[in-house]
Design a protein. Structure first.
Lengths: 280, 596
């Protein structure tokens, strides 16, 4: 069984924003595509988006699953219950977050997942002055407990925390991870956008700073690493004067190969561009 | 009537007397196996006595041409050398490209098969007058290129010559057959020719072969030529295959120090991007090729060296050597001796690790020591000193040395691994494990899938199985038509496009679907030959190191190829190929191969 899954709760009403937050644009992508993509990068199991019944969603990669929340408007515990049920039996723990985290960094999710893997039922960050139940890790075996709380109309995450082992991660604990401390020192990972002003502020921030490197004939005189700002692989390719196609692929941090230009990037990422044909 | 593109016959020559007989090749056989590797497989089934020692006189060695040879289609001047490998004991087809292919076919034969052995060092000459032997005692011990030059001077214009170097004469189990600087490199077929005491085979064109639809062939040739200048071949054209090195290093797929690592810190010193600027002398092409992947670099001492990824990988990072002059010198030495660079580098790297662990008494043989690599190559080529052991390849050498050294002898079926790290390319891992030739990147090609971005290259599964089957099928057809694999990226609907090329040349109504069946037939026929020759289920497996030592990639993720995961992929492959759980075809499938 894969160790970790990702759950994005997209079914909120976005009433303060006045428009569905999932579809809001951020540096060439949508908030939902970005959040789901970040979770795809850090988990080895399924990534599930939980939506309200019939809720339209922006485009997502084929591998991302969609689960309908059967009861609309009951809040995060209901979404949590639906999401955990969707991944139960396929992963031991899940990083659960809302859709509106434009600065969510993979290193943050990894740090929190590691804390849950150490034995807790919930790894709950306490960052920027608040507990962050919608940027936290949950053991998937909590699915029945969450469903029961919904049936009992006890709809606050705190009720769930009362029933299980919670590892609380304050900012110091989070920053013990040197990678997270270096790449997201202010823990902007938990900054969400609830109102138009928040969104405007988020959009005003530049895209993440990433490193690109072109290999072989793609280098075209630009050998060696280069710093650019790009929120997606496609944007990074564009900065390199390239387009991903059947002949050109990208490798993110030396790991997965992709032709999907919508894969989100985060500060500190390195994107290699190489020829798809490796005949030797 | 024989189809266009063929003569409908193979010439079977006794190397001891040059007596030749004609083996008719009917349209049914040609259509079922096409040519090159496919037809060579059929010929081996037909002509190799079961259980024959590959170095025994009765073991056949076939030069097999193909229907596209002699057409203006780019990259078509290729041929296969097919025999039972002295390295693996399995069927081995090694491809090469040059005018030898054209002249060999235009002797009037779709294949030339050698059997028997000569009492003294000789050259075998074949043209329109048949076959005859010429004394070649004066060529003994010479590098293949020099032997080729001297024999050409003696024979005069019009002759094309394939020859072996000293390694082939001395039975090094990974000796090559070469001509015009190109090698039929893998599996030790140079030793098979050497065992027959044939230093060189010379061919001279004497016939013409027609295409069924010359205008269609010409139009296809123009189209293919134009496409060969596009982005699909840019890598080969502009930097050559060595362009892989730095990219592979970045994604942890560059085998280093006998697969103890997948990155090499000094890789930039050996990179094409670096060497091309500093050392490029010229670029050249095989006969009838418009890609031009050969990049000729300046080497120490005013020499020139052909540089390819595999020889730099095997003689550089695999042995821990980072000095480009040393790697080019070692590569040149392999050319002179007639050694497969991949097996040579792999065997030396294994020996370096043995020396490091105190399993062999060779304190001079250390990772990173360029001089040691050159010394080892010379000893292998001469079968002297440590070379007597290393000339046998890693599998046999590990069997003799023992001490657990088999666990880090990086071979499959006895063939040393190429420069693709299976733990971080898990479709390729399957391809290497199950391929009939052994650990070979040209008969599997599953690395294409690993670099496609379509699935997780670090976690093999069902998708990887399908990809490995598909790429193996494609390779089977390309190796039989024959077209260069560097052209594969220009085809968007390959089986259909290849069928159209074959139809234009032969006049057959071949379809893409038929070619897919042909591919499966060829793959199965190779497996059937191996089973006949003693293949066991455990031969479809990977070396222990790859299954027990995980690798960490740059992202921090750990690449782990477990025995269970590999077993699962192999089971899936067997199911996809219609084999039983032990990897064997059923009798009905064997009967359908038309081998008898």
């Amino acid at each position: 069984m894969p160790n970790s899954a990702g759950i994005v709760l997209a079914g909120g009403r976005s009433s303060r924003m006045g428009t569905p937050k999932a579809a809001l644009e951020w540096h060439g992508s949508t908030l939902l595509r970005r959040t789901a993509g970040i979770l795809s990068r850090v988990t080895d199991g399924p990534v599930v988006v939980v939506r309200a019944p019939g809720q339209p969603l922006p485009a997502l990669p084929p591998a991302v699953e969609i689960a309908d929340d059967p009861l609309e408007g009951l809040g995060p515990v209901q979404g949590l219950a639906a999401g955990l049920a969707a991944v139960a039996g396929r992963a031991e723990i899940a990083f659960v977050c809302s859709t509106d985290l434009p600065f969510l960094h993979p290193a943050f999710a990894r740090r929190v997942l590691r804390a849950a893997a150490d034995g807790a039922d919930v790894a709950l960050p306490i960052a920027r002055g608040h507990p962050q139940p919608l940027a936290a890790a949950y053991r998937t075996s909590l699915a029945p407990a969450a469903a029961r709380l919904v049936r009992e109309q006890r709809l606050r995450p705190a009720f769930l925390f009362d029933e299980c082992r919670v590892a609380r991660l304050d900012e110091a604990a989070l920053r013990e991870d040197p990678i997270l401390a270096a790449l997201d020192p202010d823990l902007d990972s938990v900054v969400n956008v609830n109102e138009p002003a928040d969104y405007a502020e988020a959009r005003a921030r530049p895209a993440p700073q990433v490193t690109i490197q072109r290999f072989g004939t793609l280098a075209d005189g630009h050998r060696g690493p280069q710093q650019v700002r790009a929120a997606t692989v496609a944007a990074a390719a564009g900065a390199a004067g390239l387009a991903l196609d059947r002949h050109v692929v990208a490798a993110l941090n030396g790991d997965q190969i992709t032709r999907d230009g919508d894969v989100p990037l985060a500060t500190g990422d390195t994107v290699f561009f190489l020829a798809a044909d490796a005949g030797g | 009537m024989t189809a266009g593109g063929y003569f409908g016959r193979a010439l079977v020559v006794d190397a001891g007397s040059a007596a030749a007989e004609v083996l008719p090749l009917g349209d049914d056989v040609l259509r079922a196996y096409i040519g090159g590797a496919g037809l060579g497989t059929w010929l081996l089934h037909r002509l190799a006595p079961p259980g024959t020692d590959p170095l025994a006189p009765e073991a056949p060695l076939a030069f097999v041409f193909s229907p596209l040879v002699g057409t203006p289609l780019t990259t078509s001047a290729k041929f296969a050398v097919v025999a039972k490998s002295p390295l693996t004991g399995m069927l081995n087809d090694a491809l090469s490209s040059s005018h030898f292919a054209i002249s060999g076919k235009l002797t009037g034969n779709d294949a030339i098969v050698l059997r028997g052995a000569c009492p003294r060092p000789s050259a075998l000459l074949i043209d329109g007058d048949g076959a005859r032997l010429a004394d070649a005692a004066d060529l003994s011990g010479l590098p293949a290129a020099e032997a080729e030059r001297r024999l050409r001077e003696r024979l005069g214009r019009g002759w094309r010559i394939a020859a072996i170097g000293p390694a082939g004469e001395r039975g090094v189990r990974y000796a090559t057959i070469s001509h015009d600087g190109r090698h039929a490199g893998r599996g030790g077929l140079g030793a098979v020719l050497g065992a027959k005491r044939i230093k060189a085979v010379a061919v001279r064109a004497a016939a013409k072969v027609a295409s069924a639809d010359p205008e269609a062939v010409l139009a296809a040739a123009r189209d293919l030529r134009a496409r060969s200048f596009g982005p699909a071949t840019a890598k080969y054209r502009e930097l050559g295959t060595l362009a892989n090195l730095l990219a592979f290093n970045a994604i942890s797929t560059l085998p280093t120090r006998n697969f103890q690592a997948a990155t090499f810190a000094e890789a930039p010193q050996l990179a094409a991007e670096e060497l091309a600027q500093l050392r490029t002398v010229t670029r050249s092409s095989c006969a009838s090729c418009t890609i031009g992947c050969e990049h000729i670099y300046a080497a120490r001492g005013g020499k020139r060296a052909r540089v390819e990824y595999e020889n730099v990988f095997a003689l550089g990072p695999m042995c821990g050597v980072s000095d480009p002059d040393a790697v080019l010198a070692a590569s040149g030495r392999c050319d002179e001796l007639g050694l497969d660079t991949i097996s040579a580098g792999g065997t030396i790297a294994w020996a370096m690790e043995c020396a490091e662990r105190g399993l062999i008494d060779a304190p001079w043989l250390r990772f990173g020591d360029a001089g040691a690599v050159l010394r080892a190559l010379d000893e292998i080529g001469a079968r002297q000193g440590l070379g007597e052991l290393l000339a046998e390849g890693t599998r046999r050498a590990a069997g003799r040395v023992g001490g657990g050294s088999a666990a880090f002898a990086l071979h499959v079926k006895g063939l040393e691994l190429p420069g693709y790290e299976p733990r971080t390319m898990q479709a390729m891992a399957l391809g290497l494990a199950v391929n009939s030739r052994g650990a070979d990147h040209n008969r599997s090609g599953a690395y294409e899938a690993d670099l496609s971005g379509d699935h997780d290259r670090l976690a093999g599964g069902d998708a990887h199985v399908a990809a490995a089957v598909e790429t193996e099928d494609r390779a089977a057809v390309m190796d039989s038509l024959i077209l260069c694999k560097f052209l594969r990226g220009v085809f968007s609907d390959p089986f259909t496009e290849w069928a159209a090329l074959l139809a234009a040349v032969t006049g057959w109504d071949t379809t893409g679907a038929e070619l897919r069946e042909t591919a499966s037939r060829i793959v199965l026929a190779k497996r059937a030959f191996n089973i006949r020759e003693g293949w066991r289920p455990e031969d479809d497996w990977l070396p222990e190191r790859l299954l027990s030592e995980p690798l960490e990639v740059a992202s921090g993720r750990v690449a782990r190829l477990t025995p269970d995961r590999l077993r699962g992929m192999i089971d899936g492959y067997y199911a996809a190929r219609g084999l039983d759980r032990a990897g064997r075809p059923d009798p009905a499938a064997l009967n359908a191969l038309q081998l008898s």
